[in-house]
Write a protein that binds this ligand. Structure first.
Ligand code: URA
Length: 269
């Protein structure tokens, strides 16, 4: 039988091992001692999962309509954050620790849109702060950029439990806020990090391996002008498939060339 940890150091090492193995969230809000004999009754019953705020979940259509109404009223990024705090149409909010809206510079020329917060992002309430985020930082640095010269957000603002793929209903509920965020930041260039972001925002079923590196034009209803958009491989994918870093590097060079005045439809031709 596994021995319980005897010191803080051992407990921390055991926890680190669990996180590395993918067990990065507690199943219940009340800790449960797995070291007690099975027959021994637990002193406290496990607390029930937090119910979704506002009681009953609303339908996907009602959620998307409420998202559109709330997002449209936002006149600033602070308003948008407040609107997201008021929004009850995405069930992910009930299991997430924090709202994870954005990081970086709202006045930047480049806006990067990833997929969804992971465990680290959920804890800190900021996108791309975990391992994938650290790789993103190194990629930006290699292109002569930094977090201060880009604005970073995600397609989803709350973490899907266990990092599962977002559902179409969750994407639809968050999309009006993503669209309003694009209008408020009004960047010169959009970078879609990963297939979920690229496919959703370009309205295509084509996979990211075909989309990456090819400049596209992004526009949603009500936008004054289209914005050039570059789909890229997601840093988390590059961590799993390091051989693809060569392709990612080519895309960064293309981004750099566009910033330096190279020809990209819509920005400098
Ligand atoms: N992956 C994402 O798409 N976004 C994050 O914020 C972190 C990891």
């Amino acid at each position: 039988m596994t021995k319980p940890p005897h010191s803080l150091q051992e407990a921390q090492a055991a926890l680190a091992w669990l996180i590395e193995a993918g067990a990065d969230e507690a199943i219940d809000e009340t800790p449960l001692s797995r070291y007690r004999a099975r027959s021994e009754p637990q002193a406290t019953a496990a607390a029930p999962r937090r119910p979704p705020p506002g009681g009953e979940l609303i339908s996907s259509e009602a959620a998307a309509a409420s998202a559109r109404d709330l997002a449209q009223t936002a006149q600033s990024l602070d308003d948008l954050r407040a609107a997201l705090n008021d929004f009850e149409g995405c069930a992910l909010k009930a299991t997430a620790t924090n709202l994870c809206l954005s990081d970086g510079n709202p006045a930047a020329d480049i806006m990067i849109i990833g997929e969804a917060p992971g465990a680290d992002e959920d804890r800190q309430g900021k996108p791309f702060v975990g391992r994938a985020g650290q790789l993103l930082d190194r990629m930006l640095q290699a292109a002569g950029l930094s977090r201060d010269s880009v604005y970073i957000t995600n397609l989803l603002f709350w973490r899907p439990p266990g990092n599962r793929n977002p559902t179409p209903a969750e994407i639809a509920a968050c999309l009006p806020f993503v669209e309003r965020q694009i209008e408020l930041v009004d960047p010169k260039i959009l970078v879609f990090a990963g297939g979920v972001s690229a496919k959703t925002l370009l309205g295509t079923a084509t996979g990211i391996l075909k989309l990456r590196g090819k400049w596209a034009s992004y526009q949603h209803a009500g936008m004054a002008r289209p914005i050039p958009a570059l789909p890229c491989l997601h840093p988390a994918y590059l961590l799993r498939q390091p051989a693809q870093k060569r392709a990612a590097w080519r895309d960064l060079l293309s981004l750099r060339a566009a910033l330096d005045g190279g020809k990209v439809a819509g920005i400098n031709e």
